[in-house]
Design a binder for this molecule. Structure first.
Ligand code: NAP
Length: 362
């Protein structure tokens, strides 16, 4: 690429923001030019702002350490300099929605990790291997918002990603899934830093009641179709979820049972479908795309968070333990790295897809 695309990070100091800093170091297409966070970080160098709370392996990248952190409200400093911002803010939803709208109105593409815009009918919840075609909604979204440029797209809930690409791969191969029953075992890093109090977390499992509605809803939009300027949900799959926080640092696991409507594939065929599945990021050879988005492990005790979360730099989904289900048809375990594929890495792949679609020469 001749000239890199300048990007910013809103919420650069948090758990997901730090992952963006790490993943964007020496990125072949993107260059960080704007960092923003709350009042407590504003005015400091990035190194000073994250002192004592840098949670990534390795040191703070030199190139980011000296950058100044601005307030997220200082969007005029990003407009005209950056063409895209990654949003990794933890604030109340109304404030995030307002901020993301303002960045988009200033002409920037906003790739958000937050759920504030997930229910807007013209905002895609994007998984690049599944629904890149939802980017076709860009013009309708701009028209409805009365903007010249700018676009908002959001990433799905991190726990959904542990099973939805395997599910989609089977559906894309021509099999109709109509029922899913899933129990998640979600890592503590999903709650940011400091996140879950140790007294609640160690020696304990507790329910994430608020996550369950998202888990049961988001696939409908992801599998939906763009029509008349909105995304129309696909209602063909009913999902029932139990979501739980467990004392694991990184890696969300989902134990999933699946029921088919009509013809069902054999287990051998499902495993072949998963291992051979490729999507648009693989076809376009995007820089952060895992070569194999779904990897099936044959061992009877895999996947495990510690052993499998870093599958292809945390971008691959690992499945295993596919077996008959006495209630639905089959059951399996899925695992993804929640702060990489489930957050910053997934968002980075979304941005790469947008860049590649806009600039075929990449
Ligand atoms: N952690 C995960 O696995 C994960 C996965 C998927 C999605 N997400 C989503 O990603 C977002 C970020 O999560 P996180 O885990 O990185 O959270 P986090 O570690 O708590 O970081 C929050 C970030 O937001 C900034 N912030 C907080 N209050 C602010 C305010 N009033 N004004 C401006 N900036 C403010 C913080 O800045 P200061 O440092 O200056 O306070 C920090 O940069 C959330 O929406 C979360 O739901 C997280």
């Amino acid at each position: 690429m001749k000239e890199k695309i300048n990007v910013g990070i809103l919420g650069a100091t948090g758990m997901v923001g730090q992952n963006f800093i790490r993943l964007l170091e020496d990125h072949p297409w993107f260059n960080i030019r704007f960092l923003a966070a709350s009042e407590r970080s504003a005015g400091k160098s990035y190194r000073e702002a994250v002192e004592g709370r840098w949670h990534m392996d390795g040191d703070i990248p030199e190139s980011a350490g000296d950058l100044r952190v601005d307030r997220v409200g200082d969007l005029e400093k990003a407009a005209g300099v950056c063409s895209l911002v990654f949003s990794a803010l933890s604030m109340d939803k109304a404030s995030i929605r307002d901020l993301e709208n303002r960045y988009a109105a200033a002409g920037l593409t906003v790739v958000s990790n937050n759920s504030a815009h997930r229910n807007s009918p013209d905002v895609p919840i994007l998984i690049p291997e599944i629904n890149g075609n939802h980017l076709d909604i860009a013009e309708s979204q701009r028209q409805r918002a009365g903007r010249q440029g700018g676009l908002i797209i959001v990433k799905p809930n991190c726990s959904v990603q542990s099973y939805i690409t395997p599910l989609y791969a089977v559906m894309a191969a021509g099999y109709r899934v109509d029922r899913v029953l899933a129990t998640t075992l979600q890592a503590v890093s999903g709650a940011g830093y400091p996140g879950v109090p140790s007294y609640d977390c160690i020696d304990n499992v507790y329910a994430l009641s608020d996550e369950e509605a998202k888990f049961e809803r988001e696939h409908r939009k992801i599998f939906g179709q763009v029509s008349d300027g909105v995304i129309r949900n696909d209602e063909s799959v009913t999902v029932s979820a139990h979501c739980n926080r467990v004392p694991v640092i990184h890696g969300h696991t989902a134990c999933v049972s699946v029921g088919f409507a009509g013809k069902k594939p054999s287990k051998e065929e499902i495993i072949r479908i998963w291992n051979e599945f490729r999507g648009e990021p693989q076809e376009r050879n995007l820089p952060s795309a895992p070569a194999q988005p779904v990897v099936y492990r044959e061992e009877k005790d895999r996947p495990q968070p510690r052993l499998d979360r870093d599958n292809q730099n945390g971008m691959g989904v690992t499945t295993g333990r596919l077996r008959d289900c006495p209630i639905l048809d089959y059951k399996f375990t899925g695992l993804c790295h929640n702060t990489v594929r489930g957050a910053a890495g997934g968002a980075l792949l979304m941005a790469e897809l947008i860049a590649a679609r806009m600039n075929p020469d990449l």
